[in-house]
Design a protein around this ligand. Structure first.
Ligand code: NAP
Length: 293
């Protein structure tokens, strides 16, 4: 496509970024919508990120994504941060309104859209266990709470991180009961037996040598009820966590839908157009397959 006056530039900032599938997904969408644009990857060390963001008002970008480890730090450079992103404590999408840069969290929306839309799981009145208390877990707990989940147990190796999420969310969502515990304890085992949905929001499962996030014998058999297991990881498509859940007869979903729908929402915020979801899904799957080769 010819680069003329209407050419737009989007991108992603983070470190490391060698794994990112976002350029494939967004450039496929731009082509489909006839938008003359590119999506660039800027892998930046903290000092470079800081220097770049100090000049954000003069950016010639039309919008950008931010990923680990800058989802929190980016907030101080923006003109406005959407309330839900502020509450989650992370911005992953930045878009322009006039001359102002606005930060949003589309991870949360992506998570809910795949859980409810693809998985058919409705959080209202249910019980959840969230494993991990990092940035992704905060988006997950916020999303579940917004949809009326009744109870959430958050487990992390550093229980103070889990307690912080419970405290922060408890101030916003009065109808949800939060508990925060240390990973690997009896309280987690007991909560797993009663849960309707169990979410892996830790990075355990990304690497073949990772230990199990929960022992398989802590997962009840699906005799009385089927539990919904979701892993935020999408590569590998079936993590040991999801494999164990499948073996016990439960329903499972990986994180590809979350990645797709956070991108869908970002594209819509940037362009004001309806995103071509199927085109973006296909591009993601192709990029994933190419990475596997
Ligand atoms: P993060 O900030 O590193 O947080 C992960 C948290 O899990 C950390 O607090 C970590 O503790 C904790 N943890 C590690 N092992 C644990 C265990 N056995 N039990 C309980 N907690 C444990 O990572 P993140 O950004 O939140 O991302 C988490 C995962 O979600 C990653 O795999 C990421 O790729 C995925 N993700 C997917 C999407 C998507 O679109 N599908 C979007 C965002 C994130 P330590 O600090 O001690 O390690």
């Amino acid at each position: 496509m010819k680069k003329n006056g209407s050419f737009k530039l989007y991108g992603i900032f983070g470190y490391p970024l060698s794994h990112t599938l976002s350029p494939a997904m967004h450039e496929a969408a731009f082509r489909e919508l006839g938008i003359d644009a590119n999506y660039i990857v800027l892998e930046l060390i903290p000092d470079a990120f800081k220097k770049l963001m100090r000049r954000v008002s003069g950016f010639s970008l039309s919008g950008f994504n931010v990923t680990v480890p800058y989802k929190e730090t980016v907030m101080k450079y923006l003109d406005e941060v959407r309330p839900e992103a502020r509450a989650i404590g992370a911005v992953n999408t930045v878009f322009k309104q006039g001359t102002r840069w606005i930060g949003a969290n589309t991870d949360m929306e992506g998570f809910l859209r795949t859980l409810v839309g693809d998985g058919g799981f409705r959080p209202s009145g249910k019980k959840a266990v969230v494993l991990g208390a990092g940035g992704a877990a905060r988006a997950v707990v916020y999303g579940l709470s917004r949809e009326g989940i009744r109870e959430v147990l958050i487990a992390d190796c550093f229980p103070e991180k889990a307690r912080k999420i419970a405290r922060d969310m408890g101030k916003i969502f009065k109808r949800t009961d939060y508990r925060a515990v240390e990973a690997g304890t009896l309280e987690v085992k007991e909560a797993l037996q009663k849960a309707d949905v169990i979410i892996n929001a830790t990075p355990l499962g990304l690497k073949a040598q990772d230990p199990a996030v929960i022992p398989e014998d802590w997962i009840p058999r699906s005799i009385a009820k089927k539990i919904f297991f979701m892993d935020l990881i999408y590569n590998p498509a079936v993590t040991p966590f999801l494999k164990s859940a499948k073996r016990k007869g439960h329903r499972t979903l990986n994180g590809l839908g979350m990645l797709l729908y956070q991108g869908v929402r970002a594209l819509e915020l940037w362009t004001g157009r309806k995103a071509p979801v199927d085109v973006m899904r296909r591009a993601l799957l192709q990029a994933l397959e190419a990475k596997g080769k």
